[in-house]
Each structure stands twice: as C-alpha cells, then as structure tokens.
Design a protein around this ligand. Structure first.
Ligand SMILES: [Zn+2]
Length: 304
C-alpha cells in the first residue's frame, strides 16, 4: 500500500487560516511542496466552518472516542463527522492514510508548537525531526481524563500543529505562512525518512502536561477574576511560587502557591473557557530519543 498523509484544517470551524491555505492550494496545486508524498487534504468540520463556529454540537477534536464509533448518533454533527473521517481516511478506510496532521490555531501567545497525545513511538520520532529542523516546542498531552477523543489518535501516527496568537475567525499573513512552512517541513521530513537514511536527533525537549487550572469563581460558579498582567501572554515562561496568576474584581491578587515550578501553556485560550481551563501547566524535560521510536516511524512510512 502506498504511503498517504491526511492533512486536516478546520477541525475547529473558526480556525480559518489553515482552511484558507487549503482552499488556495486546491486552486493552485503548486502552492505547497509535498515533496512527492501523496496527501489527502480535508476540512475537518465543514458545517462548523459554514456557521463560523468552533463546532455545532460537540468539539470534533474530542469526538474520536471508541463509544461514539459504536453508537453512531447521526443527529450529532461531530460524532457523525468523526465516523465519516475514519471510514474515509482511517488506516482501514476507503482511502487509507497512515499519518494524520491536524492544523489548528490558538488565541494564546504560544507561537508555533506541536502537540502529541500520549507517548506513541512514531509521533515522538516525527515530532523530534520537526523540533530539530524548526526548533518548535513539543507539548505532550497525557494523563488528562477530562480531555480525550482527539482526531490524530485515530491514526497510527499523528500530530497537531498549533499556531498563535490569532483571534478566532481572523486571517493573518504570519499565521498562514507559518502553517505553510510547518506543513512543508513535515512533508520534507516524511520524504526523507522514506527516501534517504534520515538523521534523527539524539534528544528532544518535551513539555509534559501535568494539569490544567480554572479561573477564580464566585459561590455561584461565575468567573470573578481575570489573568494578571504578569501572566497574560507569558506562555512557555517559568511560573514559580508567589508569582501572580489572577486579579479578582475586588482587587485581590491570586498567586501561585505550589513549591513546584511549571511552564504554563494555553494561557487564556478563548476556546478553553468553556472547558474551565485558564491555562495548563507543563514540566520541561530533556528526553533521549529511543531507537524504537525511530524504528516505528520508519516501519510505518515504509509500510512494514
Ligand atoms: Zn483548534
């Protein structure tokens, strides 16, 4: 079977820069250099895109759950779409893809980063190649029972690309050109693993998810505080004991009280307010690249 890569933009219908790039690419096939690797480009959630919303019924990027595949609820736009995407492009689908790359944007000041879900060998190997080439941070999302069912988890290998900061529903030249650059870099690395004896780095830097925290709330559960100016837009910057987190409307400052230091990410991400997430905490770690990660990616790309 021939290697095919699934490229997804607009998994969230109001993250429109990737959608715009894909639309332009459809008009002019030379716009993106895929280095000869076959791709399927799809809009993740076209109904939500039309409505100008993140989703219609449920977050599509939390809808790739075993349960939703078992009990197809066709009245739910996103579980139907998750099923459809797996049936069309899944490993055993009509038009099978082995790798899924899912392009998102964030309102947080995170620049560009890669998100990997769990510790899958091929994901970590591919992420290490991109980190080595472009220097992007890697956010390892794991051990979060409240956040599951991510699209890329339904493919043998998959990464999310997050690019920010950008408001929802807005086009921005920097975001579009960074999406294009990272997409082309991913295709170049996949091409090299397929066709030349690609060099893998020995180490990679991981930002390992620890937990997320909520906004301050009153007795009725309403948010009664906002990000402190010292914390706003300070993604990837160390948070230590006594550092400012939030201001309450009465002027009170809420500080970080743990002895551990963390690296916060997704600070004040607009889409996470409904998930009761004001920011997530990570630990920055230097990991050795394992031989089996590299082998897993090589085997997948060579279809062994
Ligand atoms: Zn998104």
């Amino acid at each position: 079977m021939q290697l095919q890569v699934l490229l997804v933009a607009g998994t969230h219908g109001n993250e429109i820069n990737g959608i715009w790039l894909f639309d332009e690419w459809n008009k002019s096939s030379f716009l993106i250099n895929t280095h000869g690797i076959k791709t399927c480009n799809v809009i993740g959630n076209p109904d939500a895109k039309k409505a100008g919303k993140r989703y219609i019924h449920n977050d599509l990027n939390r809808s790739f759950q075993e349960e939703s595949f078992l009990s197809i609820n066709s009245s739910n736009c996103e579980s139907a779409r998750a099923n459809e995407l797996v049936n069309l492009y899944g490993e055993a689908g009509e038009n099978p893809c082995q790798i899924a790359l899912d392009f998102h944007t964030t309102t947080a000041s995170m620049g560009s980063c890669l998100v990997v879900y769990g510790r899958r060998n091929a994901d970590l190997a591919l992420a290490s190649l991109i980190q080595n080439q472009l220097g992007l941070p890697i956010y390892l999302h794991e051990s979060d029972q409240k956040q599951t069912g991510f699209l890329v988890e339904s493919w043998p290998c998959g990464l999310v690309v997050e690019i920010g900061p950008i408001g929802q529903g807005l086009l921005n030249s920097r975001i579009i050109s960074q999406t294009k650059l990272i997409l082309e870099s991913l295709m170049e690395q996949i091409y090299k693993v397929k066709n030349v004896n690609q060099f893998f780095p020995n180490k990679l830097i991981i930002h390992r998810h620890i937990k997320s925290i909520d906004f301050p709330r009153d007795e009725e559960g309403n948010i009664d505080g906002y990000l402190h100016s010292q914390r706003q837009s300070k993604d990837w910057q160390e948070l230590k004991k006594n550092d400012e987190l939030f201001c309450k409307l009465n002027g009170e400052i809420i500080r970080f009280e743990e002895d551990e230091t963390y690296i916060p990410v997704f600070i004040n991400e607009a889409a996470y307010v409904e998930k009761n997430i004001a920011m997530s905490f990570t630990k920055r770690e230097l990991w050795n690249l394992k031989k089996e990660w590299k082998q897993s990616l090589i085997d997948l790309i060579h279809q062994k």
